[in-house]
Design a protein around this ligand. Structure first.
Ligand code: NAP
Length: 275
């Protein structure tokens, strides 16, 4: 059972998960804020696994809609964990690199302390803690900088801007790991097959800044758009973001899952986008 099946990751999961019977639900089919509905849905479907990809994932939007952020990301996740636990279903929850404050200078390990800078990160961090309390055997897969077809994402925005502007300003002081929804979906399927428990970091391999990511998007697309590097201070956003949220792959290695480099993932995304 996939909650959030209409989202960027959810669509990739629905496409990639071909070997089992998979039921995907959108917010219209079940709003995870509604504890009773969640329980009813889980009881009627009786899934072996629930992948909770549903979220209020608009990082800036969460700053102005704090109530919704916590209602969906934290309380909604707890409703799903309670229902899963009552029925003996396994749960994999998708979390985020934004649970960290970005003060480290080497990749974040799964056991590093959470210290989110914004509301979105806080709602995810509190969800993680509630889930580990309610269901210690659940799996929490943290990912970052998600891109893919079927929704808004950074490469899509850059390509749309590059089509109309001769130069783009992109921040060069936030470091992270871009992650292709298809590669993440494949890794999640593997994690479920292997009965994963605990916190696992799942991103494409290697890191970059948003500026470097934009440069590579423009280069691989064969565009002549100039990409100029700026600082976060020069482009203020409602939510504070970690300067460094690179996630270590050490927690993924025991499952025998090796993620492709983000540059390779980007090339596949760009091909998929033109189909
Ligand atoms: N995007 C990123 O860069 C990023 C980075 C790190 C982690 N993540 C996490 O990765 C997961 C997937 O993100 P995404 O980018 O695929 O998200 P997305 O494209 O914004 O999709 C969100 C999904 O959640 C559903 N949803 C929203 N509110 C809901 C509610 N109240 N009840 C039930 N379903 C609800 C939406 O359903 P409708 O279509 O019906 O609205 C949609 O299917 C999320 O947990 C997100 O926090 C994302």
């Amino acid at each position: 059972m996939i909650l959030g099946a209409t989202g960027l990751l959810g669509q990739a999961l629905m496409r990639e998960w071909t070997e089992d019977e998979v039921i995907g639900l959108s917010s219209r089919q079940v709003d995870i804020r509604d504890q009773r509905k969640v329980r009813e849905r889980v009881e009627s479907i009786r899934p072996d696994w629930i992948v909770l990809a549903a979220a209020y994932a608009d990082v800036d939007g969460c700053e102005t809609n704090q109530e919704s952020a916590f209602a969906v990301n934290r309380d909604g996740a707890a409703h799903v964990a309670e229902a899963a636990s009552a029925l003996g279903a396994k749960l994999l929850f998708i979390s985020s690199d934004y649970v960290f404050d970005g003060t480290k200078t080497s990749p974040y390990e799964a056991g590093d302390s959470r210290n989110p800078l914004g509301v979105y990160g806080r709602s995810k961090a509190e969800a993680e803690m509630r889930l580990l309390d309610l269901m210690p055997e659940c799996c929490i897969a943290r990912t970052s900088w998600l891109f893919g077809t079927g929704g808004k994402c950074f490469p899509d925005t850059i390509l749309k801007l590059a089509a109309t502007q001769p130069a783009l300003d992109v921040v060069n002081d936030q470091h992270g790991c871009p992650t292709y929804s298809i590669d993440l979906a494949r890794a999640i399927i593997q994690l479920c097959r292997k009965g994963a428990k605990g916190i696992v970091h799942v991103t494409n391999a290697e890191s970059c800044t948003w500026f470097e990511f934009a440069q590579e998007i423009v280069k691989q697309s064969g565009l002549g758009t100039e990409v100029r590097n700026i600082t976060t201070q020069q482009m203020p956003r409602p939510a504070r973001r970690p300067a460094y949220s690179v996630l270590s792959s050490a927690s993924l290695e025991p499952f025998g899952i090796k993620m492709p480099r983000w540059q390779d993932a980007l090339a596949r995304y760009l091909r998929e986008r033109t189909l």
